[in-house]
Design a protein around this ligand. Structure first.
Ligand SMILES: *Cc1c(COP(=O)(O)O)cnc(C)c1O
Length: 362
């Protein structure tokens, strides 16, 4: 059985060593005679998995002690509601920087609960300007950003300076891909299925003082305080997803941590961007300073050519390269677990496709 080069935007490629270990431990985890899927979330073995996962995440991201780490469900999409339920509660006003499709969805949910000011950077969404304190309402409860825009292929190259207003970030598609200073944020959230593990678990990193501000009408399951008080065990957490995530975090640590992963990611992304920039057929339209190192859209001017490229790539085992329907063309997602060899296969294929195409023309 050969594995394909999987450029899926999410759920996405996982490290083979993690999958193999899960396979090995599937029938009998740690001598318990059962899989992690089958054991109580309150058992000693599972408690250790949870504690280890949190400790690893704290170590890898250097999370300060005044932040809580929560393991939730509902994906990043539920955070679009949980964030305003918990934080839009003092002045009922927040600023959202509209950088793409996911930001738009976050805005739609927050708008149901308060007065949202939308800050729109550019149109089309291929660039993200810098922002300072004057860009925001002085009495906003928070400022929300999407640090990496999975669909548009952009990222914030510098964080907005919000002064004392808490900065809330959706980091679903690039958490642990590069170093960050957690102190610059009030709250960070990320669905796991891009860089952390399988779908089903959502990580929230939240500053202590932001966990007890929820609306009194806030449902228990949507209140961060519920998870803080119960160490994310108020109800049954997604145990198997947390277990796989823990092994992904171990894998990152063994590789040398986020510093090493960041270097690898930048190298992989550069190979692909260089190939696209040197190509006469394909373009990436994102402003160089805001190019994502995780999600790289590229397109030919002609839709037929995109189709042909995708079909031939698929035949070669280069899978899931179709761009999001709102952007078209291609998109290669190069998450942490994407092997160097697979990126090389893609850049070689782009060059080969272009050579063949030029021969046909002449
Ligand atoms: C994938 C993604 C989401 C949605 O995640 P779900 O877990 O499916 O809810 C939200 N924001 C960003 C930036 C994403 O990449």
């Amino acid at each position: 059985m050969t594995r394909v080069a999987n450029f899926s935007a999410g759920p996405s490629v996982l490290p083979v060593s993690v999958l193999e270990r899960a396979q090995k431990e599937l029938l009998n985890y740690n001598g318990t005679g059962m899989s992690v899927m089958e054991m109580s979330h309150r058992s000693q073995d599972f408690q250790e998995i949870m504690e280890e996962a949190e400790a690893l995440l704290r170590e890898l991201l250097k999370i300060p002690d005044n932040f809580h780490v929560l393991f939730l469900q509902g994906g990043a999409s539920l955070q679009f509601s949980m964030v305003p339920f918990n934080l839009l509660t003092t002045n009922h006003k927040a600023d959202y920087i509209m950088t793409g499709s996911w930001a738009k969805k976050a805005i739609a949910e927050a708008s149901k609960l308060g007065d949202i000011t939308i800050i729109t950077p550019t149109n089309p969404l291929t660039e993200i300007p810098s922002y300072n304190q004057e860009s925001f309402q002085f009495d906003a409860d928070y400022v929300h950003i999407t640090t990496n825009n999975t669909i548009e292929g952009t990222r914030f190259s510098e964080l907005p300076n919000t002064g004392t207003i808490p900065l809330v970030a959706d980091m679903s598609s690039h958490i642990l891909s590069e170093e960050i200073d957690v102190n610059q944020f009030g709250l960070i959230y990320a669905g796991a299925q891009k860089n952390l593990g399988p779908a089903g678990v959502t990580v929230v990193i939240v500053r202590e003082d932001l966990t007890n501000k929820a609306f009194t009408s806030c449902p228990t399951m949507l209140n961060y305080q519920t998870y803080v008080k119960n160490q994310s065990l108020f109800n049954t957490p997604p145990t198997f997803a947390i277990y796989i995530m823990k092994m992904v975090l171990e894998w990152i640590k063994e590789l040398g941590g986020v510093t090493v992963i960041e270097q690898q990611n930048k190298k992989k992304a550069k190979w692909l961007y260089d190939t696209i920039d040197q190509s006469k057929l394909f373009n990436n339209h994102v402003h160089p300073k805001n190019r994502s190192i995780m999600n790289i859209p590229f397109t030919a001017d002609c839709e037929d050519l995109n189709k042909e490229f995708l079909q031939k790539a698929d035949e070669k085992g280069l899978k899931n390269l179709k761009g999001h329907r709102s952007v078209g063309g291609m998109r290669a997602s190069l998450y942490n677990a994407m092997p160097f060899e697979d990126v090389k296969k893609l850049t070689d294929f782009i060059k080969e496709f272009e050579r063949t195409y030029q021969q046909v023309l002449t």
